[in-house]
Design a protein around this ligand. Structure first.
Ligand code: SAH
Length: 495
């Protein structure tokens, strides 16, 4: 089992930096004992201009069997194992991926204590795997590595037997990747895609494999067109693990999309300004409108539901009349950004008592959210599939029941005013729907009626005489005598 990684150098960035990056001295041949056998690392060439590191894994069949990995699920002898040890011992299988992470762990994680700047460098890289088992053939190999930033993905089928070309191709290919990448990105791709292509279930897959997959896939897997195939194969087609991973990748996409959304919307408004003055971005105007409505309602304890990366929470913190601020989001990643933005770890005691971030889904009732003065749902409802909306409605208006609820959402009629937006498109890929003013008002009126609230509508952004404002906001105020309850009020009860 064999792969080589090469780089070229320039005087200020010698190729032998590869030795630092891999934590393996180019002048030595080294051997490491790993769980599946002995891994050898050596450098066939090592000059300032060109440096190649080779990783060779000698599989130890006894070690494999002793670790219980020579059995398939259910205890039957694993045909795949026989293949590894007898058939093509030099094929770069998933065992090589395990060795890769064992031997080049720091490089894979982008760490280099001796030269901390090195892992961040994008370098010319060439990875060659002479014999790569590829279920799905050359075509799948191209599909998997194609979108990952390589300029060259060369895949050549390996014939079953060179002496008898008529026998056709084997299930192995030769792979050469060339491009300018960070070494850690290249290694993390290989760590995931070698076992995916191998597709042999020789190892036991447990929940921590999901974590490993997401760590190694950080920055590339969520957006990969074949992320579902990659996830399912990597997790040995274990349905529940695949679903767990797919859900978490979905959150990554949501969080990444949120970051983009603010920028996109702001740019769109900038472009359409015909005044000299730089207009206030729409996201900022939305926050101003929300703050004004909260102050008008006299709210002190406020929930920011679907708080995303915490911009509104940050604005609320600046006003001492808000004594308790709770940001809630389903995305752990978004909450991580929010915690960083708010410097939660560095807030003084006074401030840190005022603010909290909670992870939770608004599609479920949550006792922690009961009893607040106000809740804000800023640009959140359009991220839920329409059939999930009644669940959110119940959780917020039926169970949490804050005195005031503010809901903002895009006004789809306004989209024609944005030149950058093609006709008939929503503003953002993750919006499941965008409503006209009439649609939003109809929904809000119905929610208010069912749950004992009065509702008023406030335009946010320039209110166009024809198509209305870019953002529409509904201000719900509890009217009813409806007691705080975790049950959905029955028809009529709410009035
Ligand atoms: N309120 C912020 C972010 C809006 S983006 C702002 O106005 O800028 C929508 C946010 O809703 C995302 O952070 C997303 O993770 C969150 N979200 C989507 N569905 C959710 C759900 N079911 N429960 C909780 N949060 C959800």
């Amino acid at each position: 089992m064999f792969l080589t990684i090469s780089t070229t150098g320039i005087p200020e960035r010698p190729a032998t930096d590869l030795g630092f990056l891999l934590h393996k001295h180019p002048g030595k041949a080294q051997a490491f004992s790993t769980s599946h056998g002995t891994a050898h690392v050596f450098y066939p060439e090592a000059s300032a201009e060109r440096c190649t590191a080779a990783l060779l894994l000698e599989v130890d069949p006894v070690a494999l069997v002793r670790r219980g990995q020579g059995k398939g699920r259910g205890g039957a002898p694993d045909a795949a194992l026989a293949q590894y040890v007898n058939d093509r011992p030099y094929a770069a299988s998933s065992l090589l991926a395990v060795a890769l992470s064992a031997v080049f762990g720091s490089a894979l994680n982008g760490r280099c204590a001796a030269r901390p700047e090195l892992p961040e460098q994008v370098r010319p890289l060439r990875v060659e795997i002479p014999v790569l088992p590829a279920r799905g053939g050359a075509e799948l190999v191209r599909r998997l590595f194609g979108p990952l930033g390589w300029t060259g993905v060369e895949v050549t089928a390996v014939p079953l037997d060179e002496r008898f070309p008529e026998w056709g191709d084997s299930r192995y290919v030769r792979l050469v990747l060339e491009g300018e990448l960070k070494l850690s990105d290249a290694l993390r791709q290989l760590y995931v895609l070698l076992p995916v292509l191998d597709d042999a279930k020789h190892y036991w897959v447990a929940l921590d494999e999901v974590d490993k997959l997401l760590r190694a896939g950080d920055g590339w897997l969520a957006a990969h067109p074949d992320h579902e195939l990659i996830t399912s194969r990597y997790l040995a087609r274990q349905g529940h693990l695949t679903r767990n991973a797919m859900d978490r990748l979905e959150l990554v996409r949501l969080a990444e999309a949120d970051g983009r959304e603010v920028e996109e919307v702001d740019n769109a408004v900038d472009e359409n300004s015909d005044t000299e003055e730089k207009p206030v971005p729409l996201a900022a105007r939305r926050r101003e409108a929300i703050l004004a409505a909260l102050r008008a309602a006299g709210a002190a304890r406020v929930l920011d539901l679907g708080c995303g990366q915490g911009q509104l929470v940050q604005a609320l913190l600046k006003d001492v009349s808000f004594t308790e601020i709770v940001g809630v989001d389903v995305s752990v990643r978004a909450l991580g950004f929010a915690a960083k933005r708010l410097r939660l770890d560095r807030l003084g005691e006074r401030q840190s008592e005022r603010v909290r971030l909670l992870q939770g889904s608004l599609a479920y009732t949550d006792k922690r959210l009961a009893g607040y003065d106000a809740a804000v749902l800023s640009e959140v409802i359009e991220h839920l599939d329409l059939p999930r909306l009644p669940a959110l409605e119940h959780a917020v208006f039926g169970a949490a029941r804050p005195r005031t609820v503010l809901v903002t959402t895009p006004n789809v009629e306004y989209n024609v005013r944005w030149e950058s937006l093609p006709a008939g498109h929503v503003r953002h890929g993750d919006h499941r729907f965008e409503w006209t003013r009439a649609e939003f008002r109809a929904w809000a009126a119905e929610v208010a009626r069912r749950h004992g609230y009065a509702v008023a509508f406030v335009p946010v952004g320039d209110d166009d005489p024809e198509v209305g404002p870019p953002t529409q906001m509904a201000v719900f105020t509890q009217t009813g005598t409806t007691a705080t309850t975790t049950e959905t009020p029955k028809e009529g009860e709410a009035a």
